[in-house]
Design a protein around this ligand. Structure first.
Ligand SMILES: Nc1ncnc2c1ncn2[C@@H]1O[C@H](COP(=O)(O)OP(=O)(O)OP(=O)(O)O)[C@@H](O)[C@H]1O
Ligand SMILES: Nc1nc2c(ncn2[C@@H]2O[C@H](COP(=O)(O)O)[C@@H](O)[C@H]2O)c(=O)[nH]1
Length: 204
């Protein structure tokens, strides 16, 4: 079996990564999204187990201490973590895995999986970012201010990622993200030769 790839998508809050990832998942059935654990309160419309596993701080710390997380970080005042068990199982099944996490988590994952492919989503401007956070209409003024204050720090980590997509025109950014996933899946003939079982089907 050809092993799947591990993709990381990060962005400052409000740049549009959840919207883009949702479109990618609708168009590319080979990608599986890791559902993170978080101590953040659910936003209106968010569903436990679909958008996040929403847990208390105590439960999160218990999971952390039990070694359940591949990576974890405090982001904008809440805790977030990726289930190591889920990732290992999905990898064993040969799936392409997508982690929608922040730059701190991305750095932790890169230390474990050097081959992970990092994609950073940029807003066209800080003004557009502010408008998107406000326009989403789901966070208080204080929360938006906290996320805007962190945006410069978030963006300063852009060079740690392999690819950058500027999410200005939404349709264009979706097309770029889908193309990136498709292209990264192409195998060179040398890579293919490493997957002996597949290779031998054509070279008995
Ligand atoms: N290209 C775009 N042009 C205009 N608005 C956009 C664009 N992309 C996304 N948006 C809007 O911006 C808002 C924020 O998008 P989204 O929730 O996907 O951001 P995010 O990066 O996942 O944020 P967070 O990290 O806070 O969850 C949403 O209301 C979304 O509809
Ligand atoms: N390090 C991790 N960061 C994560 C994870 N899941 C989400 N995130 C990031 O948190 C912020 C805020 O997300 P929001 O849903 O509260 O707006 C954003 O940058 C996410 O990418 C995770 O498991 N680990």
């Amino acid at each position: 079996m050809i092993p799947g790839s591990l993709f990381i998508v990060a962005a400052p809050s409000g740049a549009g990564k959840t919207s883009l990832v949702r479109e990618l998942l609708a168009r590319d059935e080979r990608v599986r999204l890791s559902i993170s654990y978080t101590t953040r309160a659910a936003r209106p419309g968010e569903v436990d187990g679909r958008d996040y596993h929403f847990v208390s701080k105590e439960k999160f710390i218990a999971l952390l201490e039990a070694g359940e997380f591949l990576e974890s970080a405090e982001v904008y005042g809440n805790y977030y973590g990726t289930s190591e068990r889920w990732i290992r199982e999905a990898m064993a099944a040969g799936d392409d895995i997508l982690l929608e996490i922040d730059w701190q988590g991305a750095a932790q994952v890169r230390r474990l999986f050097a081959e992970a492919i990092g994609v950073f989503i940029m807003p066209p401007s800080l003004q557009a970012l502010q408008q998107r956070l406000t326009g989403r209409g789901q966070d208080s003024t204080e929360i938006i201010a906290r996320r805007m204050a962190a945006a410069r720090e978030d963006i300063s980590h852009v060079s740690e990622f392999d690819y950058v997509i500027i999410n200005d025109d939404f349709a264009e950014a979706v097309a770029d993200l889908c193309a990136l996933f498709r292209t990264r899946r192409l195998q060179t003939s040398r890579q293919l030769a490493r997957y002996a079982s597949l290779f031998h089907q054509f070279n008995p």
